[in-house]
Ligand binder design. Structure first.
Ligand SMILES: Nc1ncnc2c1ncn2[C@@H]1O[C@H](COP(=O)(O)OP(=O)(O)OP(=O)(O)O)[C@@H](O)[C@H]1O
Ligand SMILES: [Mg+2]
Length: 685
């Protein structure tokens, strides 16, 4: 007898569950996606015991009739896909027909559903993959799925679950982000004792951000929107003999982007605050992450990351979603087009907005590891008004576990790292570094920000309407404030003088400006050098005597690799013996010791781990590193007196740059102590 056997369905389902369901948040993800696919307008999620005890998702969507409800728990049973061709243009979030049978194989599930059209609805109870009861029930239109005792029959899985509060934080992150992608729908998330998210429908994403995160977060973000036609359709045309003459020719459609990005002053130590949605699906994608970091290059430090909420819309055939069992990764058919579009749209938005850094905000703007996009009341401890919430804390809740941080954008996956995730590899919220401690503690002990987001929503239509319009008014207010606080008027400021011969003080209608003279000049020079380099018009000066620079052997190797670009950037350097360089000419403004430092810096920042010629991207980066280094070493220093003419000149030149917000290394250039802040500090408002 042969050794190979076909696995029973129950085993196959548990294997599938291993890929799709690894913690409560991934159950919530599947159920939420089903509710959204069913066209629901109101979705309520209830969680008990961090989701281990109970997850209930109730929607008002299309519902199922009795036959469909039974079929839904069969493996590979789906209403969303009929043929293999459909796979090429998936417009729904689900399509694998796997989620419900997988969940039902590792938990006890009760499904209640009704289409609202039949005489009665259906209730089904199923546990560990076995059907226990099927009955008629009087139910309103929609579906409610309750999942209890998750992993009751798979103890190994259960062991991997973290503290209740950690699991709840994952669930909160998930619901929050789906709520952001669908501002027009009503989302609620409730834990046993209190409401965590309550978001009635609003018209725009800005209002939703206000509802969920409050005014402060919204104030730190700027809107972006762009569109580009797709040059060609994602899929090749079928050959003429297979074409249906009646079928209209496929239109390439367009690529649309909308969302929010952080001002340069807000910086994060990791990529956990970057959220990317493609056709409203929350995904992680290294290509787009790269595009985002590129957009912020030389605006924030290379070790920092921005906060970005990005919604990309494209025809479904442009993106393959069938590449990952949890559907969290996608593949674009026109990769570089999507990449460049995202990078350029963000970059253009940054140049246009030129947001001013607030003096007070900058004081507190150390890059942090904590994700900023978490509802302020995500942790029970933060909710002061709820003693019951505190009492119900599990014994093992430590501050780490309670970090109201969003551990990873998508449950069960690593936060964005440079390495791709090994299949099945997991990252857990408990794995915080000590650096999180400060943020975690601060967030925990801060009183919850006031605002409508913490009040349980009123079910009455009236209440909802007021709530939504509050959000609209607040969002509009934040937008006006944002629009006014930009750097466009830098050139028309009235300089008052210098502070300790290092910082320029100037006034304008919007308040008092403090400008760091060194980094301001650095930015001006940096952009000029790059521009001149672009048109190959670098100004160089011949040295009276060649300058000899000693290098270590490994630095000589690096030098050889970047020599050509150095030459193109204005250096005339030749080897002078085995470990010495002779500099005969240098970019204008760079002299003596500074010239030597620039060369050493550029060489030290480069590597020579390949003999291949520099690739385009490496070359661009090298070029901007050289420009940044020259700019830094030839810019006006601090502790340098400047006469009024020179100050005026510097402000005018700074106003002309594309990124007057920050120096090429990411430090702020100009801080605004706004008129409003000043009035507030003097208790006038
Ligand atoms: N909340 C719901 N409302 C209406 N129909 C639902 C709901 N949840 C599930 N269904 C139906 O049950 C079917 C099976 O759901 P399931 O989540 O297992 O698979 P899927 O969504 O089709 O694919 P995937 O495994 O990728 O999620 C769905 O295709 C849908 O027809
Ligand atoms: Mg599904």
């Amino acid at each position: 007898m042969g050794k190979i056997r076909v696995l029973p369905d129950q085993v196959a389902n548990q294997i599938a569950a291993g890929e799709v369901v690894d913690r409560p948040a991934s159950v919530v993800k599947e159920l939420l996606e089903n509710s959204l696919d069913a066209g629901s307008t109101r979705i309520r999620v209830e969680i008990e015991g961090g989701g281990r005890k109970l997850i209930r998702v109730a929607d008002d969507g299309a519902g199922m009739n009795r036959d469909d409800a039974l079929l839904a728990f069969e493996r590979h049973a789906t209403s969303k896909l009929h043929t293999a061709d459909d796979l090429l243009s998936i417009a729904t979030l689900g399509f694998r027909g796997e989620a419900l049978p997988s969940i039902a194989s590792v938990a006890r599930v009760t499904l209640e559903t009704s289409t609202g059209e039949e005489a009665s609805g259906t209730r089904i109870e199923i546990a560990g993959g076995r059907m226990h009861r099927v009955e008629d029930a009087a139910l309103p239109r929609g579906t409610t799925i309750a999942v209890s005792d998750l992993f009751f029959n798979t103890p190994a899985r259960r062991k991997f679950l973290r503290a209740e509060s950690t699991e709840l934080a994952h669930v909160t992150a998930l619901v929050t982000h789906y709520a952001l992608a669908h501002p027009e729908k009503h989302f609620e998330l409730a834990a046993a004792s209190h409401t965590i998210v309550s978001a009635p429908p609003v018209a725009r994403t800005a209002e939703r951000i206000y509802q969920i995160f409050g005014k402060e977060t919204l104030g730190q973000l700027l809107p972006v929107a762009a569109e580009t036609p797709l040059e060609r359709a994602g899929l090749p045309e079928p050959p003429p003999w297979k074409r249906d003459p009646d079928e209209p020719k496929r239109q390439p459609g367009s690529l649309r982007l909308s969302g929010f990005y952080s001002k340069p002053e807000l910086q994060k130590l990791n990529r956990n605050s970057i959220y990317i949605f493609v056709n409203k699906r929350l995904i992680r994608d290294r290509l787009l992450l790269h595009a985002i970091t590129e957009a912020y290059r030389n605006v924030i430090p290379p070790t920092s990351f921005p906060v970005v909420l990005l919604f990309l819309e494209m025809p479904p055939e442009e993106v393959d979603v069938n590449v990952h069992p949890a559907k969290t990764e996608v593949r674009f058919r026109q990769q570089s087009l999507v990449h460049d579009f995202v990078r350029d749209s963000l970059r253009t938005a940054l140049v246009k907005a030129r947001p001013a850094a607030g003096f007070l905000a900058a004081l507190d703007s150390q890059p942090s590891a904590s994700p900023s996009l978490m509802p302020p009341a995500a942790s029970p401890l933060v909710n002061n008004s709820d003693p019951a919430g505190q009492a119900s804390l599990p014994a093992d809740s430590t501050l780490f576990h309670l970090t109201p941080a969003l551990p990873s954008p998508i449950p069960g996956t690593l936060p964005f790292t440079d390495k791709p995730l090994e299949h099945g590899q997991q990252w857990h919220a408990g794995d915080f570094s000590l650096q999180d401690w400060g943020d975690a503690a601060r967030a925990l002990f801060q009183p919850p920000a006031s605002g409508p987001s913490h009040e349980p929503c009123s079910p009455s239509l009236n209440g909802t309407a007021t709530y939504a319009s509050d959000a609209a008014a607040a969002a509009a207010l934040v937008e006006t404030e944002q629009a006014s606080a930009n750097l466009n008027r830098l050139g028309s400021l009235k300089p008052l003088g210098q502070l300790r011969e290092s910082f320029i003080l100037a006034t304008g209608d919007d308040g008092l400006w403090i400008i760091d003279q060194h980094v301001a000049h650095e930015r001006v020079l940096f952009e000029k050098i790059l521009e001149d380099r672009q048109v190959e018009r670098i100004q160089r000066q011949r040295l009276l005597m060649p300058l000899l620079v000693e290098l270590k052997p490994e630095q000589m190797v690096v030098f050889a690799r970047i020599a050509q670009e150095l030459q193109n950037s204005g250096f005339e350097v030749e080897p002078f013996g085995p470990q010495t360089l002779a500099v005969k000419a240098a970019p204008v403004g760079l002299e003596g010791a500074e010239l030597e430092r620039t060369l050493a810096e550029v060489i030290d920042q480069s590597t020579a781990d390949s003999d291949e010629p520099l690739r385009n991207e490496e070359l661009t980066k090298l070029r901007s590193r050289i420009a940044a280094s020259i700019a830094c070493h030839s810019a006006i220093k601090i502790n340098t007196p400047l006469d009024p003419k020179r100050i005026e000149w510097l402000l005018l030149e700074l106003a002309k740059t594309s990124h007057p917000t920050s120096c090429p290394h990411g430090r702020p250039i100009a801080l605004l102590y706004s008129w409003k802040e000043i009035q507030r500090a003097f208790h006038r408002i």
